[in-house]
Design a protein around this ligand. Sequence first.
Ligand SMILES: NCC(=O)CCC(=O)O
Ligand SMILES: [Mg+2]
Length: 331
Amino acid sequence: MSRSYPNTRLRRSRASAWSRAMVRENVLTPADLIWPLFVTDGKGVEDPVASLPGVSRWSVDNIAARAKEAVQLGIPCIALFPQTQLNLRSEDGAEALNPDNLICRAVRAVKDACGDDIGVLTDVALDPYTSHGQDGLVNAAGYVVNDDTVAVLVDQAINQAEAGADIIAPSDMMDGRVHAIRMAMEMNGHPNMQIMAYAAKYASAFYGPFRDAVGSGGRLVGDKKTYQMDPANGDEALAEVALDIAEGADSVMVKPGLAYLDIIWRVRQRFEVPVYAYQVSGEYALLEAGATAGAGDRDALLMEKLIAFKRAGCSGILTYHAPVAARLLNG
Ligand SMILES: NCC(=O)CCC(=O)O
Ligand SMILES: [Mg+2]
């Protein structure tokens, strides 16, 4: 049977709001959002991130308030990132293993304040802790070594698990780290620990403001192209995702977001695990700058971008706009 004019007028279902609501294929709710938050030292601190207008670093005491805000808004999960003090950064990123580091203190504060009302995702990678800003251990030739780094990442993940993290999210892109972390969780009393693998993380120019926010940008020596993916590659992302699932990931992430919707779609078609997008700092900054420059209405641009992730097949989106979007959605 052919669907042809005038038997078929696709505009019929678009003619009124109630009808558009009936045929809407995708919806965004606050439960689709994960809110990344920056933690810094001190007490009562709110320290605005210059390159991310509207985003701040919060001291541990203020982080619990942000977590309560998330609960109130219906956001089910927050992701924590530390701005580690300069004097605590080192070649080997040892501060990542300190049970009283910023992240562990922040996780405990959130869990004390909110319990199981919210999930806490922690990032596994050494870049917030190293003096050179790389995600792993660097050898004499300046190469980020894989297996020795994985051994440290396992200890970092255990440290976060002991502090009460709910989801471990390795963002380092070392080979084999999901397997190593999964085994360590099984053997150390954390069989229900979720692992959300940054499976397809690209060597992207969109991460600049994040590196400012955690204080690793200025000190990054070289680039991350020997471990993060080449933006020219798509098939390779499927290989990365397949490995991380086989190694024990519960969900996978594609990062950055909007420029990689094709990857999200392909992962969704091929695999059965939840897939998340990270709408990264540069995407946030571009949207804010564009709206300020008159490129469009900020809220409308934001909602259109976020629904695109749902249409592409995402189970959720990590976005610095999470509280803004949740407020809009909650009316
Ligand atoms: N591991 C977390 C990130 O690298 C975030 C990057 C960004 O938001 O630009
Ligand atoms: Mg991998």
